[in-house]
Ligand binder design. Structure first.
Ligand code: BGC
Length: 362
């Protein structure tokens, strides 16, 4: 046994230890988005219910803070690390220290890149998230039906595109899935990106900031829609960005006095956005059940603690630049207004009162 042992912690052979002697470090990016709060709480509750100790930290979307938190988890003797990275490329030295101390690392939802020391990845099918977002946009515009068949609308429709933070590996998967789906419609001219901004670099929003998305939408309206034309659809990869985009549109008169709100997509089923969908303001969101993801992280952490390899359902897709990281990917679900009750309320994710108020009760 290299290290580990009675309460000393810190990786090594942990298979003989009692849960109470084992600590799982959980590093989450930010508390400004509900989903990460729910993720952190779920992982902590599920691990504590099994008797483990949990060190849960949020980094306020600040990269040095997250690096420091992970460093500290290692020096304080964590036995497994579960990390949702802010910048997927910024943790190499921390992960090297973890490997040196024989601490397995589970990348949580966001792949950690450029390091050989990522042992497992739990996430959703991120490419399919993008496909689902683009499909919701097509359905909202009437170019496609929900069953995938051709819709009755012809276009051309003017749309704009947004992507997430370039340092988040997921942002690229979402955008690729969406663009592969939209491309045939852009090619046959039923969709037109009026600003001409179609590369991920042009449309990305650093740190997934709502205010930055609002500003970009305002700029697009002034620069590309000052000739009386109206934007009819906006591909948005995350509910927080969607709310910034919607605010910019509302400030410019969309959604009032006969000016139609464009079809705006989203992701995460954040409560404020679920209310907007219920009110007919936002078109849709993509629901990723963070309770199931937390469960997968716990299963993987326990496997490592018992000196076993967690079971992967994908060993091809997630190349982090150094190696393909074995992954467990969960399915995703599109939520339109009609799906709120069966998918979100009936499963206990949100209550009907929360949907009506747009606020989580906590
Ligand atoms: C997650 C999304 C989330 C986004 C912003 C991504 O890595 O997969 O669910 O919307 O980060 O927090």
């Amino acid at each position: 046994m290299a290290c580990g042992g009675e309460g000393a912690g810190g990786g090594g052979d942990t298979s003989g230890n009692k849960p109470a002697d084992l600590t799982i470090g959980v590093a989450m990016p930010t508390q400004t988005s509900e989903r990460w709060i729910a993720d952190g709480n779920s992982v902590k509750e599920k691990l504590e219910a099994k008797g483990y100790k949990v060190d849960l930290q949020y980094a306020g979307d600040d990269i040095p803070t997250q690096s420091q938190q992970v460093d500290q988890m290692i020096t304080q003797g964590a036995d497994v690390l579960v990390i949702a990275a802010i910048d997927g490329t910024a943790l190499s030295s921390q992960l090297q220290a973890a490997a040196d101390a024989k601490i397995p690392v589970i990348a949580y939802d966001r792949l950690i890149r450029d390091s050989p020391n990522v042992n497992f990845y739990v996430s959703f099918d991120n490419y399919k998230v993008g496909v689902a977002q683009a499909t919701a946009l097509l359905v909202g515009l009437g170019l496609q039906n929900k069953d995938g068949s051709k819709g009755t609308a012809k276009g051309p429709f003017d749309i704009e595109l947004f992507a997430g933070s370039l340092d988040d590996n997921n942002a690229h998967f979402f955008f690729d899935g969406a663009m592969d789906t939209l491309k045939p419609f852009i090619d046959d001219k039923s969709l037109r990106v009026k600003s001409g901004q179609t590369t991920i670099e042009q449309v990305a929003i650093l740190r997934w900031q709502q205010e930055t998305a609002q500003r970009r939408m305002e700029d697009l309206l002034t620069s590309s829609y000052n000739d009386g034309t109206r934007v009819q659809g906006v591909l948005s990869p995350y509910d927080g960005l969607s709310r910034g985009i919607i605010t910019a549109l509302q400030n410019a008169g969309y959604g009032a006095k006969g000016v139609k709100m464009p079809v705006v997509t989203g992701q995460d089923a954040e409560i404020a956005s679920v209310k907007l969908i219920n009110d007919g303001v936002q078109n849709s969101t993509i629901f990723k059940d963070t309770r199931l993801l937390a469960e997968q992280a716990v299963v993987a952490a326990e496997a490592f603690l018992q000196e076993k390899e967690p079971q992967a359902n994908d060993t091809k897709t997630y190349d982090n630049g150094v190696k393909v990281v074995p992954s467990n990917l969960l399915p995703v679900q599109t939520v339109y207004k009609d799906d709120i009750k069966p998918v979100l309320v009936d499963s206990g994710y949100w209550t009907a009162e929360e949907v009506a108020s747009g606020q989580a009760k906590g």
